[in-house]
Design a protein around this ligand. Structure first.
Ligand SMILES: NC(=O)c1ccc[n+]([C@@H]2O[C@H](COP(=O)([O-])OP(=O)(O)OC[C@H]3O[C@@H](n4cnc5c(N)ncnc54)[C@H](O)[C@@H]3O)[C@@H](O)[C@H]2O)c1
Length: 367
């Protein structure tokens, strides 16, 4: 269905490699790669099996053999690149956060609508079969009205006092670090899976370290101005309450995106570090529903690509995501594709969290 799609990948780091695998899994090819300089472009071409490197963004966007541009660079570069890609008539996958301000995310969403191109943001956790199964059961009201939505997104890769990254620096990563980087994934997953929308929230931001290296190669330590973690409490449009704890300094938790969505008759729980299982709690018995078995219905089974007992993981979810983007480019309408409007939603929530933390008050979240 999506064979032959030609991709260009901008960026040569962690997520660019994940995109390159996903392009091929979807039957596409990596036509071109652009890194931050000639040497990274050359090594990126080799690592990602691309046909060629591009000299700059203008050359990459002018290439007639490129259908889809994948933007996999630091956050602050996204707006300009996505805008240029849409102006060049390309379909765009722009990494999250779509933009580091609401106004930029709004503009990009409008431009994508005007351009009539597929414009997507990789909220990739939507593409686990177990998440789709939870969503399906919740939509069937199998849990009763959800009243409590809670969870965590915990990592430890910034736990060491000398750990650093471009995300530390607001000039590259944006004003919010932990929430803007991973909290938005949790909120997207919650709203996608439950159908609830956050309408009010209160938040606290905090850090394990007052001073950090900014990742610019100097020895200096300074207050980075970006948070190690966030605690957010919220209310939804359907009358539920919830909370999420977000941290990049929780030793031992590598990528623990976990949720529990609770109704009076059942609760559904998912752990990204063991994504083949969906835990279902009930008053009389708890059940672990396993991906690939008959208890999973449609459309969840569509996202089960391997037989049960053959674990699927993050790359498989990413493959399924890119496959759906390319299906959309080919004129199909896959359910649950995260679009620029969802990236805008994440920007709105990020701003609300920062405003709530700064004012120490409840904030109304714009629809
Ligand atoms: N959807 C997800 O699950 C997910 C996961 C990880 C990262 N991300 C997002 O992907 C983006 C990249 O993150 P990462 O972890 O791969 O970072 P990274 O540091 O591993 O890679 C960033 C890459 O961008 C390159 N780069 C920087 N400026 C550039 C420019 N002007 N032109 C071309 N290349 C440039 C760097 O050389 C580097 O190769 C971020 O926005 C991040 O939020 C999303």
């Amino acid at each position: 269905m999506t064979a032959g799609m030609q991709a260009a990948i901008v960026g040569t780091g962690f997520i660019a490699g994940v995109h390159a695998h996903a392009v091929r899994a979807a039957g596409g090819e990596v036509a071109a790669v652009l890194g931050s300089g000639a040497a990274t472009t050359a090594s990126g071409v080799r690592a990602m099996g691309a046909r060629r490197g591009a000299a700059d963004l203008a050359e990459l966007l002018a290439a007639p053999d490129v259908d889809v541009v994948h933007i996999c660079t630091p956050n602050r570069t996204h707006t300009e690149m996505a805008q240029a890609a849409l102006a060049a008539g390309k379909h765009v996958i722009c990494e999250k956060p779509l933009a580091t301000s609401v106004s930029d995310a709004q503009r990009l969403t409008e431009l994508a609508g005007e351009a009539g191109r597929v414009a997507s943001v990789p909220f990739v956790y939507r593409f686990y079969s177990s998440v789709r199964e939870a969503r399906n059961r919740i939509a069937r009201d199998a849990a009763g009205p959800l009243w409590l939505l809670h969870g965590t997104y915990l990592q430890d890769w910034l736990s060491a006092s000398d750990a650093t990254n471009w995300r530390m620096d607001p000039a590259l990563g944006g004003a919010s670090r932990a929430f803007g980087d991973i909290g938005v994934h949790w909120c997207d997953l919650m709203e996608f899976t439950t159908g609830h929308r956050i309408v009010r929230l209160a938040a606290q931001l905090g850090s394990a370290y007052k001073e950090r290296h900014l990742g610019d190669g100097t020895e200096d330590r300074t207050d980075p101005g970006t948070e190690d973690g966030a605690v957010v409490v919220f209310q939804t449009d359907r009358g539920a309450m919830g909370s999420v704890v977000v941290s990049q300094v929780t030793p031992g938790r590598k990528n623990r995106l976990w949720f529990s969505f609770d109704g009076p008759d059942a609760s559904y729980s998912f752990d990204q570090e063991a994504p083949d299982a969906l835990w279902m709690g009930a008053r009389d018995q708890n059940v672990v529903l396993m991906r690939g078995t008959e208890v999973f219905g449609q459309p969840a089974s569509t996202y089960s690509r391997l037989p049960a007992g053959h674990p699927q993981g993050y790359q498989d979810a990413f493959n399924a995501y890119v496959c759906d983007v390319y299906a959309a480019v080919a004129g199909h309408a896959p359910d649950g594709l995260p679009l620029f409007a969802d990236g805008l939603r994440a920007a709105v929530l990020t701003q609300a969290v920062m405003d709530a933390a700064a004012s120490q008050t409840w904030i109304e979240v714009p629809a």
